[in-house]
Design a protein around this ligand. Structure first.
Ligand SMILES: Cc1cc2nc3c(=O)[nH]c(=O)nc-3n(C[C@H](O)[C@H](O)[C@H](O)COP(=O)(O)OP(=O)(O)OC[C@H]3O[C@@H](n4cnc5c(N)ncnc54)[C@H](O)[C@@H]3O)c2cc1C
Length: 419
């Protein structure tokens, strides 16, 4: 057991060094704020994920110098070739290279690699990292005007004036303080499939088997040739969270498109899964406290993607804390600006995602129409869809005539074909 003699009061303490916590530490350190980052694991550490890093996250990685490093080391694979397979089996595969002007909508990066690099960027900027330290609980001491951060595996508590909770979807801390209610809504599995054993020819494909809708499966190719396969279960459709193990295995084996894409000799590792808390919590701030990333439910309900929102929110949190620091207090009134900022930036859009989840559940033909329209209209149409799905454009765009009209025409066409 380590003993740390640390009576010092840190200005900011962050619990959890995933993309949310580590990015927040990076931005705070860049702004010259003293920050301690507590992480229960030791880096590099694995994280169950689909490894699809979308544009907004890429922008943060670029600003940290992390993306450049990853590209130099050839540890990221841009998703240029890819597509969708709809519930009734309409396939579209294209190449978005000409549409995206140099910045692909997704780059696949193993989390073990990316998360460590973000943490190193934070420590290089001046954040103090405490690895292998699991925070067991936090209490605000009114007399000392700071949080006491208690840990499971060392004898001493830490003291921090401003606390940022970034401990992921299960968020033991935010739940214990009463800011997060109940267990996460959704769940997702993930496995790596060994390079050289599969026959996948694309960079990334989303599969919508009818039983799984509004959830989906995804395959992405990594820079080392491994594949990552995910099966995402969203409540509201035929499947619920309890069906994950069954669906994960049956789709990889029996779905005609997924099994064909992977091939008969694929070496697949043991299934892992993790919860997904989506939609955003109503209050992610209080006196001397902010909640960031999955802990605050900052995941898009339609796609299950959260890395970019975690990083956006981390920057908003760092800005808000820095402003409050300059004013000399971390009152709820000053910190409320953080909630307003992330709600405006992406939180409100989650409501449109939830509407889209309902549309896809009730009318899976919508997804058929999209695949069919892409076949007719090509990569440009696919890329517009991709930009909306990956959060570069608002989900509201699905409901605007530019996209909705061709989809309605396609639905009528498909219905007439069926008759
Ligand atoms: C199967 C799956 C696939 C996904 N695929 C994608 C994808 O392809 N693209 C995408 O954008 N998003 C994806 N997501 C979502 C994405 O993983 C999260 O949105 C992202 O990891 C959020 O970052 P975070 O920092 O909030 O949480 P996390 O990455 O979970 O980090 C939390 C950190 O806190 C640490 N911690 C927890 N408790 C404590 C404690 N008590 N004391 C100290 N440390 C603690 C953990 O060890 C961890 O390092 C996926 C999620 C799942 C489950």
């Amino acid at each position: 057991m380590t003993t740390i003699n640390d009576n010092h009061i840190y200005e900011v303490g962050i619990v959890g060094a995933g993309p949310a916590g580590a990015s927040c530490a990076y931005y705070l350190a860049k702004f010259g704020i003293e920050v301690a980052l507590f992480e229960k694991k030791k880096f590099p550490r694995k994280k169950v994920c689909g490894d699809a890093i979308t544009v907004r996250a890429q922008d943060h990685l670029k600003r940290m110098g992390v993306l450049q490093e990853i590209l130099k080391e050839k540890k990221g694979n841009w998703a240029a070739l890819g597509g969708i397979v709809s519930p009734s089996g309409i396939e579209y595969y294209g190449d978005s290279s000409n549409e995206v002007k140099g910045q692909h909508l997704v780059i696949a990066i193993k989390r073990e690699i990316m998360d460590e690099k973000i943490v190193r960027a934070a420590t290089n900027a001046g954040a103090k990292l405490f690895e292998n330290i699991s925070v067991s609980n936090v209490n605000f001491s009114v007399s000392e005007k700071c949080w006491l951060v208690k840990t499971e595996n060392i004898k001493k508590s830490f003291k921090v004036r401003m606390l940022v909770i970034a401990d992921g979807a299960a968020s033991k801390l935010a739940r214990s303080l009463g800011y997060v209610d109940g267990p996460p809504e959704a769940t997702c599995s993930s496995v790596y499939i060994e390079a050289g054993t599969h026959t996948f020819e694309q960079d990334g494909v989303c599969y919508y088997p009818s039983k799984l809708v509004p959830g989906y499966c995804a395959l992405f190719k990594e820079a080392d040739g491994d594949l990552v396969y995910c099966c995402y279960i969203i409540p509201g459709g035929e499947c619920d969270k309890g069906d994950l193990v069954k669906m994960h295995h049956s789709l990889i084996k029996d779905d005609p498109f997924i099994s064909k894409a992977i091939g008969p000799n694929a070496k697949i590792e043991k299934m892992k899964a993790a919860p997904i808390r989506f939609g955003g919590i109503p209050q992610s701030y209080d006196n001397n406290l902010l909640i960031v990333g999955d802990a605050a439910g900052q995941i898009d309900p339609l796609t299950g993607e959260g890395i970019q929102y975690a990083m956006d929110a981390a920057e908003y949190a760092a800005n808000t804390i820095t402003k409050a620091n300059k004013k000399g207090n971390y009152s709820k009134r000053l910190l409320k600006g953080y909630q307003r900022k992330w709600m405006k930036s992406f939180g409100r859009d989650f409501k449109w995602s939830q509407r889209m989840v309902k549309v896809c559940t009730r009318y899976p033909i919508f997804l058929d129409a999209f695949a069919s329209a892409s076949n007719r209209k090509g990569d440009k149409f696919m890329t517009v869809w991709g930009k909306i799905m990956t959060g570069s454009k608002s989900k509201l765009n699905f409901f605007l005539p530019k996209l909705a009209f061709p989809l309605v025409v396609e639905i009528i066409r498909l219905k007439l074909k069926k008759k």
